[in-house]
Design a protein around this ligand. Structure first.
Ligand code: ATP
Ligand code: MG
Length: 655
């Protein structure tokens, strides 16, 4: 096949970014690692046996005898004849094992308040919340919407739902009333848990008004349970609204967890909406917890007795579900939860938190890392970060320069970086280095975890050779896979299982390097076709970020009469650089030198901000609208709706 015939050709890969740097795992970490190279061999010999063994890391009320039922693909059942209680696994069993005094959560509020909650206290709080839900008439199978800031009650609410078998639907606290209303309606939630407000950028920011407004549009909600966080004035609907502190205070701290079926629905979560309308992803219990728990143990090498773990995601995203709540707590971790923004009250806040709690494992996103680069090296240098021993990244491809910066300025040029690829749909990490095993490569997620089957295929579904690119697919079902799109089985089949027969289509472009390691190239929708050559947005962006003047960039293909598509780059400069025609020319030349002349952007536009989703991902389709002089599309999942106006105001009129 020639490259003209396929949407993602191998041809273009000849001029890809060459990244030769390699970093071996620290010897000490490797010697004591939770998971060694033997896990790959074991899993490839007996994949289902491997997962059955990982399931036994959990405590089951009824041990499963069946691992996978794939008799009706793509509808999977894992451990279907087993029964367990998810909250028991995340809380009670650690207390029963004698770790009740271990801190589960160090909560750091944005204003500087905080509290540390032990596993014994967490058990009491979750039990009281579970009893409160029962008093409010919530029972097994009901849906509960959770719209909270990053406070301990968010974790407690999720676990209380899991405990009684109610399915939670967490909606990110920054979403508008309309976004909340459509999610409440879609899940037909019976109860909403919210707060008066939370602290954002140094001020209390109200949350409950959005729920009050949403409930004029969505039906079926019987009660609103309200956590008092800021103490601000709150409009009250008598009979419907209930204060969290009042109802939980009168509940018993005893609640006997019931065993639920392994396939009982644990949560619904909507995707970030980077490419379009969010999808309600359904996850169930036993398989989900098996993989969330195992991957957290393997990828972060968590030692529950000594580590202090911190994942900076919001609970409203899947990362918050799997790597703040279910993964770490099932493993008995001590973790930090931080309420606010990284620049309040100063740009060193994250590093101050690392120093204060002695954080050893940090999990954050490329968008945050690039922001820290932009703010300057001197900021983290003021703090003692020597406790950090493993660093994680998730959410977007991480540019090699950002990776190197993260390693040097945060990881003391020592801590391994785990670049973790996964999705809301996959429920848990799928492709990632293992910190005690993998020789890491800046910018590559590298290899499917033990027990996971991923590869890259061409347009016809044929696996590509090493050194070639195409589409990322998952070739075997996995325990934490989505079970469907809530209420829409057909959309589940069409979106994920129809592009390539019998395989899961992730929607991301990827390549395999000469060693067979996987590099994510961005979304398939974002790949550019320039003069018959496929060029990945990720690689042009990484080339730009590789220039010392550039902090961040977003690249799109705009329709062009001569070349089919022309590359248009939007760049944010580092603090020390200033915009000039000479600099723009130099950046174009730099991309040409790094990737080859075909990848040279036709235009480079210097901007102050980029449009991002609320989870921090760049929304390229909006930039494509600008580059092509179109009216801007749906911006409802944008973090800051004024950004598009700002960008347009900064640019000369199109033409
Ligand atoms: P939507 O599906 O609604 O457009 P979304 O895909 O942004 O939203 P998520 O499920 O939060 O919603 O994100 C998963 C996507 O994030 C992946 O498909 C991939 O594009 C990107 N991603 C996550 N981690 C990585 C990583 N380590 N490297 C590269 N890309 C990543
Ligand atoms: Mg997606």
């Amino acid at each position: 096949m020639t490259h003209e015939e396929c949407a993602l050709s191998n041809e273009s890969l000849a001029n890809l970014l060459k990244e030769e740097r390699r970093f071996a795992p620290p010897a000490e970490l490797a010697a004591a690692a939770n998971v060694t190279a033997a896990a790959y061999a074991q899993a490839s010999e007996d994949r289902l046996g491997f997962w059955a063994e990982q399931a036994r890391r959990l405590t089951w009320a009824v041990e499963p005898t069946e691992t996978l039922d794939w008799s009706n693909p793509p509808f999977a059942k894992w451990f279907a004849d087993g029964k367990l209680n998810i909250a028991y696994n995340c809380v009670d069993r650690h207390v029963e094992a004698g770790h009740g005094d271990r801190v589960a959560i160090h909560f750091e509020g944005e204003p500087g308040d905080g509290r540390s909650i032990t596993y014994a206290q967490l058990k009491d709080e979750v039990s009281q919340a579970a009893n409160a839900l029962l008093e409010l008439g919530v029972t097994k199978g009901d849906r509960v919407a959770i719209y909270l800031p990053m406070i301990p009650e968010a974790v407690v609410s999720m676990l209380a739902c899991a405990r009684i078998g109610a399915t939670h639907s967490v909606v990110f606290g920054g979403f508008s009333a309309d976004a909340v209303a459509s999610r409440i309606q879609d899940a037909r939630a019976k109860l909403v848990i919210t707060a008066d407000g939370g602290y954002r950028r140094g001020k209390p920011s109200a949350l409950k008004p959005a729920i009050d407004e949403a409930l004029t549009k969505a039906e079926g909600v019987e009660h609103v349970l309200v956590v008092r966080r800021t103490g601000q004035d709150t409009v009250w609907t008598e009979g419907r609204d209930v204060w969290w502190h009042e109802i939980t205070a009168r509940q018993s701290t005893e609640h006997t967890p019931e065993a639920h079926e392994a396939e009982h629905p644990l949560f619904i979560l909507y995707t970030s909406g980077t490419t379009g309308k969010p999808k309600g992803i359904l996850h169930t219990s036993g398989g989900y917890l098996t993989q969330a728990s195992y991957t957290h143990h393997a990828v972060f090498d968590l030692k529950p007795e000594t580590d202090v773990y911190w994942c900076t995601a919001d609970i409203g995203w899947v990362t918050g579900h799997s790597y703040i709540v279910y993964g770490p707590l099932s493993n008995g971790a001590t973790q930090v939860i931080y309420e606010g923004t990284p620049d309040t009250p100063h740009q060193g806040r994250f590093w101050e938190v690392v120093q204060k709690y002695g954080v050893t494992i940090l999990y954050t996103a490329p968008t945050a890392i690039r922001t820290f680069m932009k703010w300057g090296d001197d900021i983290p240098a003021k703090f003692d970060l020597s406790s950090l021993r493993v660093l994680g990244s998730v959410g977007e491809p991480i540019n090699p320069e950002a990776w190197i910066w993260y390693r040097e300025h945060i990881g003391g040029s020592e801590a391994p970086i785990v670049d973790t690829w996964w999705q809301t749909e996959t429920g848990a990490i799928m492709i990632s280095p293992l910190p005690g095993v993998t020789e890491t490569k800046p910018g590559s997620a590298q290899r499917a975890l033990p027990g996971i089957a991923a590869t890259v295929v061409d347009d016809n579904g044929t696996e590509v050779a090493n050194g070639s690119g195409g589409y990322l697919v998952l070739t075997e079902p996995w325990p934490s896979m989505l079970r469907t799109i809530w209420g829409d089985d057909q959309r589940y089949i069409d979106t994920y299982w129809s592009r390539f027969e019998g395989r899961y289509f992730a929607g991301d472009g990827a390549k395999k390097d000469e060693d067979g390691d996987i590099w994510l190239l961005g979304r398939v929708d974002d790949v550019m076709l320039v003069s018959g050559h496929n060029i990945s947005t990720t690689e042009v962006e990484s080339a730009l970020v590789g220039h010392p003047s550039v902090a961040e960039s977003a690249v799109v293909g705009a329709t062009d009469a001569t070349t089919g598509q022309a590359i248009v780059a939007f760049v944010i400069l580092r603090g020390t650089a200033t915009d000039s025609p000479e600099l723009v020319e130099e950046l174009r030349a730099h991309v040409g030198r790094t990737l080859g002349p075909i990848a040279k952007p036709k235009q480079i536009k210097v901007v102050g901000e980029l449009p991002k989703t609320r989870s921090g991902k760049i929304m390229r389709r909006l930039l494509r609208d600008i580059a092509e002089g179109r009216e801007i599309g749906d911006t409802t999942t944008l973090a800051d709706s004024t950004v598009m106006n700002l960008i347009q105001a900064q640019l000369p009129p199109a033409g």
